[in-house]
Ligand binder design. Structure first.
Ligand SMILES: Cc1ncc(COP(=O)(O)O)c(C=O)c1O
Length: 394
């Protein structure tokens, strides 16, 4: 293994992933030769439309949908905004003015909900268990006739916990509400069949599954009524105006096709590596704990608390050692706030402060896990020596 100076170990695949070679190869012609606007009727336009059609089919195939139920967006954030605001605005005239979501959603869900509150809508934020799970009984108790939409994430971006989506969707439907899942962290990593699960709307993002950044999609079940939030030329069946990001969409489609073909290989490889990492951390680093669900968790996520240290200091020290990690949401780091996810799970200040997310991908190796755990053990011990809790944990 290389020295720390030229070491590059990327353990932040939940934030973004390297673009697969096959994806780049498929995108390139749509930047060089097939650069027409898909709305144009000439040959150049028809070529790009064909590329988009194939991509739409590949995205649909990954989640058991039909291609016409896929609306391309600029990413997961826009898909979430379109689902939440689109349903809320469309349902207003029918007297449904409430949304139910959870307290551990990504900001791409929470912020549009807060915006809707400013506009007079009501929003209920469900609590979660200490493993970050929404209790179906809490949703059942909160349901009423005025609920237009239930929006619960498929898998959490910080702790990786997978929600009981099928059960939650059923409860939403019993009260005649729609069910949206932010599946940005789950899509392509675990099998998802939207029809079987009863999902009405689902957000996806390309750059989490080895596709390019700045592209994603919203699955909208045929028959679901939605108001657009971007108005203009009427692209994407008038749901999302704006000239389409054709190279990005083509790349996203290829990434979805690869995810469909390699899902089992991915799941086996990455979850085995993650379990190895978790075991090594448990045996090498005292006063550490794995957070989130032990069983219902996406394959690539490991989230720990290292007691007596500050997670931000850990990240900086790991970075100096050529290891990329995160405390959780990349967006939250810029906003400089404590994790609302861990707070909602009832974590103490100390438990939140000492938290670290390591998220894996196909590019990682067992050797990298060994190097990362050795570096982590050394850094944690060093930081504990400097901590006011030295006598408790050092
Ligand atoms: C759960 C979740 N939702 C939404 C998003 C936003 O997706 P995008 O980066 O494509 O806008 C992210 C990104 O980290 C996420 O993890």
């Amino acid at each position: 293994m290389n020295s720390a100076a030229d070491r590059h170990i990327y353990l932040d695949s939940a934030a973004s992933t390297p673009v697969a070679d096959e994806v780049i190869a498929e995108m390139l012609p749509y930047m060089k030769q097939q650069y027409g606007n898909p709305s144009s009727i000439h040959k150049f336009g028809r070529e790009t439309t064909r590329g988009m059609q194939l991509a739409r089919k590949r995205v649909a195939d990954l989640i058991g949908a039909s291609p016409r139920e896929i609306t391309f967006t600029s990413g997961g954030t826009e898909a979430d905004n379109l689902a939440i605001k689109g349903v809320a605005i469309s349902a207003k005239d029918s007297g449904k003015s409430r949304i139910i979501t959870s307290s551990i959603e990504h900001d791409a869900v929470l912020e549009p909900c807060r915006d809707l509150e400013q506009m007079g809508f009501k929003v209920t934020y469900l609590p979660v268990t200490e493993e970050g799970m929404v209790r179906p009984s809490d949703l059942r108790d909160a349901m009423a006739k005025d609920v237009a939409l239930v929006s619960i994430m498929y898998a959490n971006n910080e702790i990786g916990t997978i929600q009981p989506v099928m059960e939650l969707a059923k409860i939403a439907h019993e009260a005649e509400a729609l069910f949206h899942a932010d599946a940005v962290q789950a899509t392509g990593k675990i099998p998802i069949d939207v029809k079987n699960l009863g999902i009405d709307l689902m957000s996806m993002s390309s750059h989490k599954i080895q596709g390019p950044k700045g592209v994603g999609a919203l699955y909208v079940r045929a028959g679901v009524k939605l108001s657009p939030i971007l108005h203009g030329g009427g692209q994407e069946a008038s749901l999302r105006s704006g000239t389409e990001n054709v190279p990005g969409i083509v790349g996203f489609g290829k990434a979805c096709q690869l995810a469909t073909e390699k899902m089992e290989e991915y799941r086996l490889y990455v979850s085995e590596l993650r379990d190895y990492l978790v075991d090594e951390v448990a045996s090498e680093i005292p006063h550490s704990r794995l957070n989130g669900s032990q069983t219902d968790r996406i394959p690539n996520n490991a989230h720990f608390t290292f007691f007596g240290v500050n997670g931000e200091d850990l990240i900086i020290k790991l970075d100096e050692n050529g290891i990329a990690a995160s405390t959780g949401s990349a967006c939250s780091v810029k906003k400089q706030k404590q994790s609302h996810v861990l707070k909602a799970m009832g974590f103490s200040y100390e438990e939140i402060t000492g938290s670290l997310r390591l998220s894996l991908g196909m590019q990682n190796t067992r050797e990298e896990m060994d190097v990362a755990v050795a570096a982590l053990a050394e850094i944690v011990s060093e930081l504990r020596q400097l901590s006011p809790f030295k006598s408790k944990y050092a």
